[in-house]
Design a protein around this ligand. Sequence first.
Ligand SMILES: [Zn+2]
Length: 184
Amino acid sequence: MVAPGQTPGYLQVQPTPTARVNECFLNVQEQVEAEGGQMLCGWQIWEWPNVLVEAEFHAVWFSLDGRLVDVTPKQEGEGRILFVGDPSLAYAGLAKDNVRLAIRDDLLIRHFIRVSEEIVKVMNRGERAGTYGYVSIPAHEIEPLMDARSLLGRSIAEGRREKSPCLCGSGGRYKYCHGRDFPW
Ligand SMILES: [Zn+2]
């Protein structure tokens, strides 16, 4: 359970003029200073149909007149988001990993979720924890992970399954090709 007792609902995205993508906490703080109201933390929910559901730690604005508004612009320009509030969550300066649930049982999806979690771990390791927004990671640590996620993401997007021929073109099934050597 992501947020017991809270019901997911759609919120309008109404970015303020100075708001930036991926900076929801700063954006909401600025909006509260300018217009009053308060910050509500919770989860923004994305669905990759038939593949997985992903919940991303997110902050929205609760206006003085009782509206919940997402003041953070979206990469893809979406006009609304699915959001579930969780008042027990508060932003403490640490990037919180997304929660991901597979919609069906397939090795490609399980590996995609594992490697996505590993990427966040590497980005949060040691003194990098607490850095919000910009992080610098040695290429040899992050590149194999990004390559694996890219291979898996493209495979799933093409409709491949764990028994399909591996995307690398070897002719073998993913399960016995790149899937067998998957180290994470
Ligand atoms: Zn392969």
